[in-house]
Design a protein around this ligand. Structure first.
Ligand code: F6P
Length: 364
């Protein structure tokens, strides 16, 4: 082991997702098998780095957490040290506190940072890379929208949860002869709605990448009704947009580097569909249920592989990489190439084509 790899800091940034603890466990257990290697857990993402809150992790700390949802370190999706929000004289201001973080890294003699997060976290990490800190990224998000990797951990669990919800909605929709809309997370990417919609045989799948025409949606509902299917299931991504391109925003959080929180499209659609088709329509918003609870086996395995690979990459002397899954192989790419990018569903994606061939409408 190189002398410069004695102490490693680890943090979880952005929204939580199932599998974070499995990564923390894999990183810590793998590191602690090496003589003299230590792991320091930074609390609440980059906020803990700003506020100098970190603690040493021992085997006991990561025992029994493989199946646990959330993150034992805590997380935060608002803190970017380049634009740290402070209150001064009753006013909200932002300040660049990168230097403060660098002091804390130096004080704890951290030789590298393992940052587990999505595009926002990788973007913040890239700032530290430019200040000479070796950052190793591990991609997570239920949205599955991170550039450079075929898949992020957390996605499989969220898909399973959304799919189970759609299945349950199916029976009540059929009983009441209703249109049932299920609003699914995913930000600007439709992966979660596409996968869970396909898994549960949704009649209509609406994703941000394919703008919908409300008339086409109603046409599908009416056609089904004429053929004796007096109910329809709509899986709608929270970021779905009509032909005018506008998304429905639930809230704007100025204290967050990514201030827009999407939500509410389900209710908008329900009103329009009911009005135009005269078929009773209801909406279920799945929300944060999709991010909670124990990870499915696939996510536990992926998270464990990623955590293990992160330590191996550092031991191999690699710098500023992000661990990825490419074509079934765990490898790594330059962390600077992924910051602030989103991997979206392509219009010719095989799953879109398959769903269309099966008669699923995308509202276009
Ligand atoms: O990125 C994960 C995610 O759950 C998105 O799908 C969703 O749009 C967003 O986070 C919600 O953020 P918050 O936890 O701040 O409500």
């Amino acid at each position: 082991m190189s002398k410069s790899l004695h102490r490693i800091g680890i943090l979880t940034g952005g929204g939580d997702c199932p599998g974070l603890n499995a990564v923390i466990r894999a990183v810590t257990k793998t590191a602690l098998t090496r003589d003299g290697m230590e792991v320091f857990g930074i609390e609440d993402g980059f906020l803990g780095l700003v506020q100098n809150r970190m603690r040493q992790l021992h085997n006991d700390d990561v025992s029994n957490i493989l199946t646990l949802g959330g993150t034992i370190l805590g997380t935060n999706n608002k803190c970017d040290p380049r634009k740290y929000v402070i209150q001064r004289n009753g006013h909200t201001e932002t300040a660049d506190v990168t230097d403060r973080c660098l002091e804390h890294i130096a004080h704890h003699q951290l030789d590298a940072l393992i940052v587990i997060g999505g595009d926002g976290t990788m973007s913040v990490a890239s700032n530290f890379v430019r200040h000479g800190i070796n950052c190793l990224g591990v991609p997570k998000t239920i949205d599955n929208d991170l550039e450079g990797t075929d898949v992020t951990f957390g996605f499989a669990t969220a898909c399973m949860i959304a799919s189970e919800a759609l299945d349950r909605i199916h029976t009540t929709a059929a009983s009441h002869h209703r249109v049932m809309i299920v609003e699914i997370m995913g930000r600007n990417a439709g992966w979660l709605a596409l996968y869970s919609g396909l898994a549960s045989g949704a009649d209509i799948i609406l994703i941000p990448e394919i703008p919908y025409d409300i008339e086409k949606i109603c046409e599908k509902v009416r056609t089904r009704s004429r053929h004796g299917k007096r109910f329809s299931i709509v899986a709608v991504s929270e970021g779905a947009r009509a032909l005018d391109g506008k998304q429905v925003v639930d809230r704007v959080d100025p204290s967050s580097p990514d201030p827009i929180r999407l939500g509410g499209i389900g209710r908008v659609l329900a009103q329009q569909i009911e009005e135009k088709t005269q078929i009773e329509t209801r909406t279920t918003v799945l929300g944060h249920v999709q991010r909670g609870g124990t990870p499915v086996a696939d996510d536990r395995i992926l998270a464990t592989q990623f955590g293990h690979a992160a330590i191996k990459a550092l031991l191999d002397g690699k710098e500023n990489r992000m661990i990825v899954m490419k074509g079934g192989v765990v490898t790594d790419i330059d962390i600077l190439t992924v910051a602030d990018k989103q991997r979206l569903v392509t219009l010719d994606h095989p799953l879109v084509a398959a769903a269309r061939d099966l008669g699923t409408s995308f509202g276009d």
